[in-house]
Design a protein around this ligand. Sequence first.
Ligand SMILES: C[S@@+](CC[C@H](N)C(=O)[O-])C[C@H]1O[C@@H](n2cnc3c(N)ncnc32)[C@H](O)[C@@H]1O
Length: 399
Amino acid sequence: MYKTKILITCPKGIPPFLKQELLLLHYPVLGEYIAGVETEGTIDDCMRFNLFIRTGHRVLFLLKEFRADNAGELYRELSGIPWEEYTPDDGYLCVTSSVDNPSMKDTRFANLKCKDAIVDRIKEKRGQRPDAGPARDRSVVHLYWKDERCSVYLDTSGEPLSRRGYRKIPLGAPMQETLAAAVVIATGWNGSGNFINPMCGSGTLAIEAALIALKRAPGILRSNFGFMHIKGFNEALWNELRDKANKGAEKSFPGTIIATDIDPGAIEAARKNAATAGVAHLIEFGVCNFADSLMPEGGGVVVLNPEYGERMGETALLENTYGSIGDYFKQKCRGYTGYVFTGNPSLAKKVSLKPKRSLQFFNSGIECRLLEYELYEGSRKVKKLKASAVCPDGDEPKQ
Ligand SMILES: C[S@@+](CC[C@H](N)C(=O)[O-])C[C@H]1O[C@@H](n2cnc3c(N)ncnc32)[C@H](O)[C@@H]1O
């Protein structure tokens, strides 16, 4: 297929990391937006992005850009696209949209108009209407309509890329995989030194850290993507790309990853998720209060994602936790760089240390910060890591 613009979407705050990933893959950055980065390429390039990009959500292949002031114009323009060349004969279609046009009181109507234009065109060409519905596991078309400007795309991801396929057991407030990858990239950790993740919950940060250190393609576990449901899907090339990705991945890395949580259920879930991701043998798990996590010598990064407390009362309890994080950093984490990821700025102040850097992210629409603390080395002696004792005073979970 021909070369066109490709928009890779992501949550707000992530574009600088996504841009960095694209440049490392040797693709040009044509535009950087509030929730996406634009590049160019073919459907084959979209396959590469779906396999290798860690911080993007959807890879959108541009079919057409046009002006439309109302639903009639939208329908006419969309009817001119040769949909029969993109959707397989036994195809099923899902239309998603992002619409902000004054003529559209109900954005669902734009969606419906878009779907009608596609199925009517296909019926005219093939004599048969394709099925359409909300499931994103087959052909997905995305309509972006802002004021009078329309862009229509093939969504080559289908389900968002944050669904890597390893998180079988989510807990209360898990971090999205794409966001966790961006946080790990922001810390600069690349597999050497220690990556300590107390309060690990379902283990997303530790798992993403392991995948990054191994240079393992984040899309390798997924068996379904939108591009597989576009007519002419090049399965041979996809298998070739996967083989190349597998060959390019490392089997181990020099650093150590430790993930602990006070909740044994969380550690059980994290361990299972890590096993599904194929990295459980590379992470030391333990059940303990965060401050009791073993800090191996040599320094590295220590990343905490405490709850932010959405209800009154919870916040009061969490004030103590955030205060203790400050003590933990000062007393036990010297020689490390500390990070707190939180969506609650007043709780963050309770850490009582001056952050060196504050990066803005968004987690499920909530503005969050990744706060970085430089924790200078003192004279304190640190214990050497024993694989069996990541929480020296805590319980070891059963294997
Ligand atoms: C917001 S969740 C972390 C989510 C995680 N990033 C993920 O992706 O699943 C916070 C975690 O902190 C743990 N936690 C709360 N207080 C703790 C403490 N004092 N010591 C250790 N873990 C604690 C909770 O059990 C919970 O799993």
